[in-house]
Ligand binder design. Structure first.
Ligand code: PLP
Length: 354
């Protein structure tokens, strides 16, 4: 048996799988409506919002693409600092949208002042930001960038919190975020196949005015159905039972405790890296707390390390993503990991390093 410490999908607990094996129910009935409604309070607390949470049967990219389709009437500015954020720009072009980007080197964070300078050029009505760029381990300054976007009336902000949602506080309403989205297979520790998202009133207003939004990812359809605790089309019902279970564990642990646990387990990996002389890929001020991305030292046989860790101990870490594959390695502390389980990984990594 092996165990994932890659930054998504991550290890899913036996208890979550057990919750997902609930007998199937129809989705146009009161039992489903109660299930849906039960997910709302904790999801809203995690996003610090009064807006309803929508459940999309898709991976995160479904909602990432949908945000462009529903909300861009003029021109989108994509903030690019790694594999996922760079791809968002390409997706905008594939949709035929007018798009510009701010591009920084992988491993760097987006500077709020750069966003201000670009938006001041005018013509934009949408900004996309990846809060935690999973490919590089960079956590962007969400509050700083959101404050800048709010200086420009009529510009909406979409935030991908795929690998940060539920691990750090995110104040959607206070920051004025217009769409907040997350895939469930990262920090929420569910199997892949669903995304959770929220839309501001301004986002729904904009969507109403945008033609050709399609059907499956139409935000207005999600909003209408959510009023009755339902989804536009048949959802991944088993995943929603899993979500209900996970949210129960989050409530039982307490949000503050959950945030503190992620900070503590992340610090354990930072300490381990420091002990072995592995440099960080991300700058000190912008490091993710849900994963750590290390730079491969010149003489270090990273491939052998990863291979032997799996062969000897069954733990799987990641050897870099996109154009930094083989040059970096990443270790996740998302989801249900505790100081004890991270210590098991650390002991195994120490053993392999000899
Ligand atoms: C994994 C990831 C995605 C892509 O999610 P899918 O579920 O594969 O669609 C997008 N953004 C970030 C930050 C991610 O970590």
């Amino acid at each position: 048996m092996s165990k994932l410490y890659i930054p998504g999908p991550i290890n899913v607990s036996k208890e979550t799988f057990a919750a997902m094996s609930h007998p199937m129910i129809g989705h146009r009935g009161s039992e489903f409506e109660e299930l849906y409604a039960s997910t709302q309070p904790i999801l809203q607390q995690l996003a610090a919002t009064t807006r309803p949470a929508y459940l999309s049967t898709s991976s995160a990219w479904g909602v990432m693409e949908a945000s462009l389709r529903n909300l861009c009437a003029k021109k989108v500015l994509t903030l690019c600092c790694g594999a996922f954020s760079d791809k968002w720009f390409d997706v905008a072009l594939k949709l035929g949208l007018a798009a510009e980007k701010i591009q920084v080197e992988w491993g760097e964070a987006i500077a709020p002042e750069a966003v201000r300078a670009k938006l001041a050029q005018g013509g934009f009505d949408l900004v996309t930001l990846i809060h935690n760029e999973t490919s590089t381990g960079v956590m962007n300054d969400l509050a700083g960038i959101a404050a800048v976007v709010k200086e420009f009336p009529g510009v909406l902000l979409v935030v991908d919190s795929v690998s940060s949602f539920s691990a750090v506080p995110i104040a959607m309403d206070a920051l004025g975020i217009d769409v907040l989205l997350a895939g469930v297979q990262k920090a929420l520790a569910l199997p892949p196949g669903m995304a959770v998202f929220f839309c501001s009133a301004a986002a729904l207003e904009r969507a109403k005015s945008v033609p050709n939004r399609g059907y499956y990812f139409d935000f207005i359809e999600f909003a209408k159905n959510a009023e009755n605790n339902n989804t536009p089309s048949t959802p991944a019902i088993s995943l929603i039972f899993g979500l209900q279970h996970i949210l129960g564990t989050i409530a039982a642990e307490g949000l503050e405790q959950r945030f503190a646990r992620h900070a503590a387990t992340n610090a354990m990996i930072h300490d381990w890296g420091a002990r072995h002389g592995f440099p960080h890929f991300a700058p000190a001020a912008n490091r993710s707390v849900t994963l750590t991305c290390f730079k491969k030292p010149e003489a270090f046989d990273q491939a052998a390390f990863i291979k032997n860790l799996k062969a000897k101990h069954g733990y799987i870490i990641n050897g870099g993503y996109g154009k930094i594959k083989g040059l970096t390695f990443r270790i996740s502390n998302m989801g249900n990991e505790t100081a004890a389980t991270m210590q098991e990984l650390i002991a195994a990594m120490d053993d392999v390093l000899g």
